[in-house]
Design a protein around this ligand. Structure first.
Ligand code: ATP
Ligand code: MG
Length: 368
């Protein structure tokens, strides 16, 4: 049985290990049938762990990557309206997870229920093993949230906003200054701590909210549409910050978005539509399942290319002097291009996107 081996505190998958037959001299790690990843604590400094190559270190204590979020048969209704309809999913600790869906799909309702702000109608929702209904205080201790709408106090400084949050989460008094500095540094706003929030741009305010969401070092950071309405450059910067935080703290990120490119960088994506999860997988696997690559080819030998495509059972159309070919795999694309390379005068390959996945599954664009 092959499992992924990961270094504790990093997201780096180091190599596959065969648990049934571990390398000579290695202790056979413990695992449970529910787990698909084995976490290995190397007991070595983080710098060397980051460069980490499995063979250089001895396996020490082993432990399992847990499902930090567990949702089972969750339904939420508002009166007669079903906002979330019997969904079940898990999120791995230390991963970046996205809820991708159109307006009104039920994303915020799910996040707010997980964050103990809303009450479920039925089902079970747990964070780090704590039930969001019966263990609210423990759940709140473990989470940070950046709401869809801004909740900063505009009439306070950046630092004051974060300090209030530290008080709220009982961050030890002696750690507050350092935590605020660390969080603001991560989002590139260390020099702005004394600025009034109302004097900041929209993108900077969003970054302050992210810093505030993580200042108490939550296990799970919920980000509800963290970049909506921001320009592409600011969006890209915010993503850099989020990824940095995630790596540095091995934090689990649960985010919602309309933006396909943002969902691309996530470890797993749940596509939600009308309150139901219609797909749940890694972005690459979703694309492989639901889209094909499009290869556009110009050739000096059209009859021969047409004949080749028919023989190999490709689906294709011709538009002027261009062949538009649907390829089922990278290997097929490479074969096609190499076999016909002498007569190909130009080509371009268009990879499937999550937008196409969404259309393939729901029959509509994510933004109507
Ligand atoms: N307080 C409420 N009362 C009644 N209906 C609500 C309430 N909040 C949300 N809804 C409805 O529940 C459904 C899901 O809403 P939700 O806010 O969870 O969607 P969303 O996926 O976050 O959408 P968006 O992308 O627009 O933020 C929608 O149809 C919405 O109109
Ligand atoms: Mg929402």
């Amino acid at each position: 049985m092959n499992f992924f081996l990961r270094a504790a505190g990093t997201r780096n998958i180091l190599r596959n290990v065969n648990l049934a037959n571990p390398p000579a001299g290695r202790r056979k790690p413990k695992f449970s049938p529910d787990s698909h990843v084995i976490l290995v604590k190397f007991g070595i400094p983080s710098e060397s762990r980051d460069k980490g190559i499995y063979q250089q270190h001895k396996i020490g204590e082993t432990c399992l990557v847990s499902k930090i979020i567990e949702v089972r048969n969750f339904t939420k209704t508002y009166g007669d309206q079903v906002a979330v309809d019997n969904i079940s999913f898990d999120v791995d600790e230390g991963s970046i997870f996205a809820f991708l869906g159109p307006n009104g799909a039920g994303k915020t309702t799910t996040i707010n229920t997980l964050c103990t702000i809303l009450e479920k109608t039925t089902g079970s929702l747990k964070i780090a093993g704590h039930d969001v209904n019966t263990d609210q205080a423990k759940v709140r201790r473990d989470i940070g949230i950046v709401f869809q709408e801004s909740t900063l106090d505009n009439n306070l400084t950046v630092e004051e906003n974060l300090r209030l949050h530290c008080d709220f989460y009982n961050v030890p008094r002696e750690d507050v200054r350092e935590r605020i500095g660390f969080s603001l540094d991560l989002v590139g706003l260390l020099d702005w701590q004394k600025a009034m929030v109302k004097s900041l741009s929209g993108g900077m305010k969003r970054r302050v909210e992210i810093a505030r969401g993580l200042v108490h070092f939550p296990k799970v950071l919920f980000l509800d549409e963290p970049t909506t309405g921001l320009d592409p450059q600011t969006r890209a910067n915010i993503w850099d910050y989020i990824c940095t935080v995630q790596k540095q703290k091995n934090m689990t990120i649960f985010m919602t978005t309309h933006y396909m490119d943002e969902a691309e960088i996530c470890d797993k994506v749940a596509i939600i539509d009308h309150g139901k999860i219609v797909a749940f997988d890694t972005p690459s696997h979703l694309k492989r399942l639901h889209t094909s690559d499009i290869v556009k080819i110009k050739t000096s030998a059209r009859d021969e290319l047409r004949e080749y495509l028919r023989t190999k059972d490709f689906s294709f159309t011709e538009a002027g002097d261009m062949f538009v070919v649907h390829s089922r795999s990278i290997g097929e694309t490479l074969d096609l291009l190499s076999q016909r390379k002498d007569s190909i005068t130009d080509f371009e390959v268009h990879k499937g996107t999550l937008n196409e996945v969404f259309i393939a599954i729901t029959g509509k664009e994510i933004r109507k």
